[in-house]
Design a protein around this ligand. Structure first.
Ligand SMILES: C[S@@+](CC[C@H](N)C(=O)[O-])C[C@H]1O[C@@H](n2cnc3c(N)ncnc32)[C@H](O)[C@@H]1O
Length: 209
């Protein structure tokens, strides 16, 4: 069972769904991922767990994608994302979906973006395999994730609502990426609490940007 997004999630939502988080995403995290993995100029990208759609804007504005598909498990989030990106017209396609069962065909995307969702997903290993499947050869995963060090910390554990079994640190997430076939291009970690990853599906995946 991959999907879990509990009803009692107010703290988690407040944490991820506010203007400060959006500003950090735009001015720091997206820039770090761009430096780590390069742009997706003119490409076709997927965002998994798009929330209210801030990431979709960044994929266009910071990474230069031409088309963005995006989904979220939560219908209310998909509706908010629809309103946020309405002016992008036919360049965006949105749906309700589960990252452990992505409905896109194999080898579809130039890039897949995960802005902080896989630590919410019990079957995160299945999700990584799904992301690998839908990327084109040579396509890249850009991921920002919360690590076990934060999720299992006694204070944060009381405040935030995350699954707590089989959470990952930077090394375990990297190992899983490599196990499904990715080459890890770059990683960045902050104090065992958060990490950023760029990984590539393909033969020249050892190349640095
Ligand atoms: C912390 S929020 C991040 C939202 C957005 N990516 C952002 O950065 O603002 C996590 C999101 O993951 C979604 N989510 C949780 N489990 C999911 C799953 N199995 N498949 C797709 N989305 C999921 C939630 O509904 C929620 O919108």
């Amino acid at each position: 069972m991959g999907a879990r997004w509990p009803a009692s999630r107010e703290h988690s939502t407040a944490w991820s769904d506010n203007p400060i988080r959006a500003a950090i995403q735009r001015h720091f995290e997206a820039r770090w991922l761009l430096e780590m993995g390069g742009p997706v100029t003119g490409g076709h990208a997927l965002e998994v767990g798009c929330g209210r759609g801030v990431g979709i804007e960044l994929i266009f504005d910071v990474f230069g994608a031409d088309r963005v598909d995006a989904f979220d498990l939560d219908m209310a989030m998909v509706r908010r994302a629809q309103r946020r990106v309405a002016q992008r017209g036919g360049h965006v396609r949105l749906w309700i979906g589960d990252v452990t069962r992505i409905t896109s065909d194999d080898d579809t995307y130039d890039a897949v973006f995960d802005f902080g969702i896989l630590h919410h997903v019990p079957a995160w290993r299945t999700a990584i395999a799904e992301v690998y499947r839908v990327l084109k050869p040579g396509g890249r995963l850009y991921a920002e994730e919360m690590l076990a060090g934060l999720i299992l910390h006694p204070v944060w554990r009381r405040l935030l609502d995350h699954p707590i079994e089989d959470r990952f640190d930077c090394a375990e997430f990297t190992e899983e990426l490599e196990r499904v076939g990715f080459g890890v291009v770059s990683t960045r970690e902050h104090h065992g609490h958060a990490a950023w990853f760029v990984a590539q599906k393909g033969e020249d995946d050892a190349l640095e940007v």
